[in-house]
Design a protein around this ligand. Structure first.
Ligand code: FMN
Length: 201
């Protein structure tokens, strides 16, 4: 797949088929992820890849409890009805998610994990596998550790998790604020001479 197309169409895919993602595909996704940059190439990341149905079932319960708690505190979590429905679908079907990549790193290592995890999302896109970059489960990271067996003395914490699977829906270009609204040329406030091509809200 053309890199440009992958960059434009890798977006949150929460409606996933339960069909397993073949191991050779998972291997390519992971291998792409660990090529990501890190400061001084520290590579302090670790990944727990969940495909076991019983483990996913326990994580699904945790996902639902955590999301319910968050929605009680932040009822206006979603920007649109479409986003709310997509999130609800994942909530209702989490146990059917075929693949979950949990990214671990030293406390506060979001900047180290994010490039690797996003590379995995892009690599998944190239394989026709949908993904969503999520941090919800970090609100219950000790419980996740207990479920996937991360020892308390590992010195690592859950940074983000990627539910993945073949999508039920269609791929589309991610809708974002156009370049000309978020970019300045040379000085803050100066108009951008670069513009987005199309497909923006
Ligand atoms: C750091 C980060 C944390 C996120 N956490 C969650 C999450 O916990 N649950 C979720 O469903 N989506 C999560 N998302 C996905 C965003 O909601 C999504 O990227 C955004 O709504 C844009 O959606 P789109 O790519 O489909 O247009 C997260 C994204 C990022 C970058």
């Amino acid at each position: 797949m053309d890199l440009h197309e992958a960059l434009f169409t890798t977006r949150a895919m929460r409606r996933l088929r339960p069909d397993p993602v073949p191991d050779e595909v998972v291997a390519r996704i992971l291998d792409a992820g660990v090529r990501a940059p890190a400061p001084g190439a520290v590579q302090t990341w670790r990944f727990v890849v969940v495909t076991d149905r019983a483990v996913m079932g326990r994580l699904a319960e945790l996902w639902r409890t955590t999301r319910d708690q968050l929605l009680e505190v932040v009822p206006t979590l979603y920007h649109s009805e479409i986003q709310a429905r997509s999130s609800q679908y994942l909530h209702d079907h989490f146990e059917d998610v075929p693949l979950l990549i949990c990214g671990y790193g030293p406390p506060g290592s979001q900047m180290i994990l994010a490039p690797a995890l996003w590379s995995m999302c892009l690599a998944a896109r190239a394989e026709g596998v949908g993904s969503t970059f999520t941090t919800l489960l970090t609100r219950a990271k000790d419980d996740v550790d207990a479920i996937v067996g991360v020892p308390a003395d590992a010195g690592l914490e859950l940074i983000a998790a990627l539910p993945m699977g073949y999508p039920l829906g269609r791929w589309g270009v991610a809708s974002r604020q156009p370049v000309q609204e978020v970019v300045f040329a040379d000085a803050w406030g100066a108009p951008s001479r670069w513009q987005s091509s199309a497909n923006h809200d």
